[in-house]
Design a protein around this ligand. Structure first.
Ligand code: AMP
Ligand code: MG
Length: 403
């Protein structure tokens, strides 16, 4: 049986990033990976510009820190100065407006007052004061964003600055979600005897959507070959097919068999971990591409943990992220915790910033079906196999769920 780390490596080896495509400059770019170097088409600012409201002056007039000067022009942002400034003159100027030729500094308006139609200035002025020079922020031809950057609001602003309105990004992967089980009913139904509501379908759809994928829900397949085959065939048209349930050793665990019949090559069927263990991973090749297939355990906490450990890194790599496991970190255990298990356990936990960095508290947990306890968790903490009293202050690996 593979370890979690071995399984993650194996899965990532089978992921081929989706080729880039152009996208418009909209909020839909957030979280996507930039697939080109972006170069500025202009100098910014495009001219020497005033950084404050005030008066443009020549240094010669303010050697003593005091002058009374006639105002030759008022320059507002967006206007071009019409008059060159000479010693003995001032131009009123607003933030963002171009500096007139001859001017050497801008005096803040608060350091001035009007005396009739002239301006009295009381300020020590240095060369270039309150002037942002042409090209000081960025220069034409300069690479402002490198390929591989993950786009955040600030990068959207920079793309706008340089007029880059069509952006090459790796497209969001198409994900299909299928639930399975004769006992599973949709959330708007009242479960009959032996039935339960489908929590995994909506949850996996939400998990996939949060990874910036185009996720669609295909429904509940019954535990029979025809029902499974039909939904699996639909799902195999996506880049990633995620199924829940039907992958363990029960008599009605038919998912791996049907996936095989439909051309998915099994790559992995069990991982040494709790919750989880049975997890199917396979790949299916067609003329148009490769589908990654994940058969997750039916118990909701197992499905969630397997998504965080295996599906999420695959989705990130698919979208081009170079380090899809970069968010796995470490934290200091907050309190002693005795725990025994035959397998490494990814236990629900709460990670918080403490006085000495990240600390992790164990969240009480009733096992693989106890999804409710996960509402108090924001991470999974890895507790090694064996019979231990884990000591407060020791360092543990944590996998974020919602950090
Ligand atoms: P399975 O992996 O199909 O053996 O399912 C394991 C457990 O998870 C069973 O108790 C199922 O009833 C439960 N289960 C399976 N699918 C779902 C689902 N979509 N939502 C909630 N629980 C489920
Ligand atoms: Mg089942």
């Amino acid at each position: 049986m593979l370890s979690v780390a071995e399984a993650q490596e194996l899965i990532l080896q089978h992921v081929r990033p989706v080729p880039p495509e152009p996208a418009p400059l909209t909020p839909a770019l957030l979280g996507r990976l930039l697939a080109e170097d972006v170069v500025s088409d202009l100098d910014s600012p495009p001219h020497d510009k005033a950084m404050v409201d005030g008066y443009a002056v020549c240094l010669a007039d303010l050697g003593t820190g005091h002058a009374v000067l006639p105002i030759v022009e008022e320059i507002t942002a967006g206007r071009t100065p019409q008059v060159a400034l000479h010693p003995g003159q001032a131009s009123k100027i607003m933030t963002g407006a171009p500096i007139p030729s001859g001017a050497e500094a801008v005096v803040l308006i608060e350091r001035t007052r009007m005396v009739g139609d002239r301006v009295e200035i009381t300020d020590r002025v240095s060369a270039g004061q309150n002037i942002l020079r042409r090209g000081q922020e960025l220069r034409k031809g300069q690479c402002v964003l490198a390929a591989g950057t993950i786009l955040r609001p600030v990068e959207v602003g920079v793309l706008a600055t340089v007029g880059h309105t069509v952006v090459q990004v790796t497209p969001s992967p198409r994900v299909a979600v299928v639930a399975t089980g004769d006992e599973v009913v949709e959330p708007d139904q009242t479960p009959g005897p032996g039935q339960l509501r489908n929590s995994n379908g909506p949850m996996l759809l939400a998990l996939a959507a949060r990874e910036k994928t185009q996720a669609s829900y295909l429904g509940i397949a019954r535990d029979d070959l025809d029902s499974l085959r039909s939904l699996i065939r639909q799902g195999l048209a996506a880049d990633v097919l995620i199924l829940s349930g039907g992958v363990s050793m029960g008599t009605l665990d038919l998912v791996p068999g049907v996936l095989r019949e439909e051309g998915a090559v099994p790559r992995l069927h069990k991982v040494a971990m709790k919750p989880g263990k049975p997890i199917f991973f396979g790949t299916r090749e067609t003329a148009t591409g490769r589908t990654l297939v994940f058969g997750l355990p039916g118990n909701p906490v197992s499905a969630l943990a397997c998504f965080a450990l295996f599906v999420r890194p695959a989705l990130r790599r698919l979208a081009g992220h170079p380090e899809p496991l970069a968010d796995v970190g470490s934290a200091i255990l907050h309190e002693d915790y005795p725990y025994r298990s035959d397998r490494p356990t990814y236990h629900p936990a709460r990670v918080e910033v403490g006085a000495h960095g990240w600390q992790v508290r164990i969240v009480p947990w009733g096992g693989s079906a106890d999804l409710l306890s996960l509402t108090r968790a924001n991470a999974l903490v890895l507790l090694p196999a064996g019979d231990h009293v884990h000591r407060a202050g020791s360092v543990f690996t944590v996998v974020p769920l919602d950090l």
